[in-house]
Design a protein around this ligand. Structure first.
Ligand SMILES: Nc1nc2c(ncn2[C@@H]2O[C@H](COP(=O)(O)OP(=O)(O)OP(=O)(O)O)[C@@H](O)[C@H]2O)c(=O)[nH]1
Ligand SMILES: [Mg+2]
Length: 653
């Protein structure tokens, strides 16, 4: 049974759908009312698509044999007749494994050969090259065959020492890392057969977007920095597991400090004190057992410097047994429920916060633009109404004056528009500069140069200098981009202000483009990288390999940041003028209508009263539009803020 987490995930899924539905309704309405230009519509379409592709990552990290795989089986696969993920004494899981479900693939397991470590390509990049992975189909209906297939996660192979070194794998023959790859009697080295695995399996929780990351011990994390720098740092929850019979060992500590708690923040982390059942055998008295558990929790809390409420004593094995055999007593004694509740309570609100913040961020611009247009329409009609009202008491000469005034307004606006077109060339020069400062091509050049310098340095100190130069250059390019975007912003602000002052348009400020986000990201990445490099204690050759590997992982992440920054800058540049352009266009149309309408009255082809009645009707329509808009926005807000997700439960069979 996966009652609690399954139920909460269901509720979360329904909530997300409710958000989607309301945004969809709002989008249709905006289009129907002519309140969305193509930029706005595209943004909404994109927001909707990010809402559909929405995943929740939970990573299980611990030294080997602490019970990660057992715990994953117990939490997520207790409804299967037997263990799904292989678990056993000694080293079992040999490669990091992602369990997920995507319906565009058949159920399968995809395995990335260990030899790919010889390339400079990261795991994440390999995900774009399916042909590099071994693909074995899975039959979810046949548990025995599934167990067979999943057994591949535990596969190892023997290679020569030189081959292992070339792949940058730590070897267990010196005190620095006694838990590295084992050497056999014949002098060969036993290494994992696979570098990474993806299990695509249609389990209800995975179908709801959950992704589970099972990892092997410290070795794998140390040898594959991408896991720590990328997968663990972006997981929504990281579960660290200790075993009650082993206590907190030195390598447990290293793992915790260097891979999980790396920059200190403990948000999203839970600690499991597993295998409490071994204490039951040793000390029969419940009171004594409880005391011993409590003592271990206290000392773990102290050693890890973490709140004791984040530590969960448990027996994963008994939990799995209790679930498979539907034995509630055994299940209760396993104490897994407290942990499952804590995990659910951590995971779903965290994910919801991210989604809500993202939706709010994207929507605020859209809402602003739409309400500006609505207000503009209202003001224009109002002005026209009062114009006509004044007319009713005056003679025809005044009508001519009035017509002249509107005509001048219109001409003036058109002249300003022309002048504005001229600033476009300055604008495009500046945007080119902005693009150039964060151009992926330039980054590639910088990467290539750094690699060249690195290949010529013979010491780790030399390598470090090259890398530091690279980081400094990257940081500088974002500083440049920041200054450039400020210049563009100032230019546009001037244009906006001119239209506001001379044509009474609403007082809006062009949106800002801040590079802070990326700068922060890069800074954090550099800090993590630094932490790693400084922590390395091993022989030179391995250190060189590892250092490069860390560098490659960081570079891959920085590339992603560049890509995102570029995309965001592109979006920004396209939309920076859009609210003003829309407003000016509206205003232009209104001026033309006013002129027409005064002309008709002048020619006495239209009576004033009819025209006024018509305009008042239009004005009511615009008011109604504003009310409807507010209602739709409130609807979205209400869903985003909802306390109880269960109210969105889908009533599907
Ligand atoms: N007594 C007891 N044994 C457990 C418990 N949880 C796991 N084990 C056993 O501990 C051994 C290791 O469990 P795994 O789930 O394979 O551990 P792991 O952390 O995945 O280890 P690797 O895959 O080697 O990194 C297995 O024999 C499990 O049956 C528990 O709660 N109590
Ligand atoms: Mg395992």
């Amino acid at each position: 049974m996966i009652a609690h987490i399954g139920h909460e995930l269901d509720a979360y899924g329904s909530w997300r759908q409710a958000v989607q539905q309301r945004i969809d309704t709002y989008r249709e309405w905006l289009n129907q009312e002519g309140l969305a230009d193509s930029h706005v519509d595209q943004r909404l379409a994109q927001l909707l698509s990010t809402l559909t592709d929405d995943r929740l990552y939970v990573a299980f990290v611990a030294e080997f044999s602490r019970g990660k795989s057992e715990l994953i089986n117990a939490i997520f696969f207790g409804d299967m007749p037997q263990r799904v993920v292989p678990s056993g004494a000694g080293r079992t899981t040999m490669c990091p494994t992602e369990l997920l479900y995507r319906d565009d693939w058949d159920p399968c397991i995809r395995l990335l050969p260990i030899e790919t470590r010889g390339q400079e390509t990261t795991i994440n990049e390999y995900k774009n090259f399916p042909e590099e992975w071994d693909n074995v189909p899975l039959d979810p209906e046949d548990p025995d065959s599934m167990i067979d297939v999943l057994h591949q996660l535990t596969e190892v192979k023997l290679v020569s020492r030189q081959q292992a070194e070339e792949l940058g794998l730590p070897i267990a023959d010196d005190a620095a890392h006694e838990d590295g790859m084992q050497i056999t009697d014949s002098g060969e080295v036993e290494i994992p057969r696979w570098r990474h695995a993806i299990v695509n399996f249609p389990h209800p929780l995975l179908e709801q977007g959950l992704v589970i990351l099972d990892t092997p011990g410290l070795n794998a994390l140390g040898a594959e920095p991408e896991l720590t720098l990328n997968m663990l740092s972006s997981a929504h929850a990281v579960i660290f597991i200790l075993a009650a019979d082993a206590g907190v060992t030195k390598s447990d500590m290293t793992l915790w400090r260097d891979h999980i708690n790396i920059t200190g923040g403990s948000k999203g982390q839970l600690v499991v004190l597993n295998k409490i059942d071994v204490l039951w055998d040793e000390l029969k008295d419940t009171y004594q057992v409880e005391n011993e558990i409590e003592r271990q929790i206290q000392s773990t809390a102290q050693t890890l410097e973490i709140d004791r409420n984040r530590i969960f004593p448990m027996s994963a094995q008994k939990a799995l047994l209790g679930k498979i055999k539907s034995n509630d007593d055994v299940l209760a004694s396993s104490r897994i429920t407290d942990f499952e509740n804590a995990l659910t309570d951590l995971l779903i609100p965290a994910k919801r916060d991210i989604v809500s913040a993202n939706v709010r961020g994207e929507l605020s611009e859209v809402i602003k633009t739409a309400s500006i247009i609505n207000t503009q329409r209202f003001d224009d009609v109002n002005e026209h109404i009062s114009e006509l009202e004044r007319l009713s008491s005056k003679n025809m000469e005044v009508v001519e004056d009035m017509m002249q005034k509107v005509r001048l307004d219109k001409e003036h606006l058109e002249k300003n528009l022309q002048r504005f077109q001229a600033t476009r060339s300055i604008f495009s020069k500046q945007t080119n500069k902005l693009y150039e400062s964060i151009s992926p091509q330039k980054l590639e050049v910088l990467i290539a140069e750094t690699k060249k310098d690195m290949s010529m340095s013979l010491t780790t100190g030399g390598l470090r200098t090259c890398m530091m130069k690279f980081f400094t250059d990257v940081t500088k390019s974002f500083e440049k981009a920041s200054a450039q975007s400020k210049e563009i912003q100032d230019l546009m602000e001037g244009v906006y202000q001119k239209f506001q002052e001379e044509h009474g348009l609403a007082n809006i400020k062009p949106r800002r483009f801040s590079t802070n986000k990326y700068q922060r990201e890069i800074k954090r990445l550099i800090e993590r990288h630094d932490h790693f490099i400084r922590g390395l204690s091993m022989i030179m050759t391995e250190q060189m390999v590892l250092t490069r590997r860390f560098y490659d992982s960081v570079v891959a992440k920085i590339k992603q940041t560049y890509e995102r920054a570029n995309r965001d800058a592109y979006d920004w540049l396209r939309t920076i003028m859009s609210p003003m352009e829309t407003q000016v266009r509206e205003h232009q149309v209104q001026l033309r209508r006013r002129l027409e309408s005064i002309k008709r009255i002048h020619k006495a082809s239209d009576t004033l009263d009819d025209r006024l009645a018509e305009l008042e009707h239009v004005r009511d329509g615009i008011k109604e539009q504003s009310t409807q808009m507010q209602a739709l926005v409130n609807d979205i807000e209400a869903v985003l803020d909802a306390e109880d997700l269960n109210e969105f439960e889908q009533k599907t069979a």
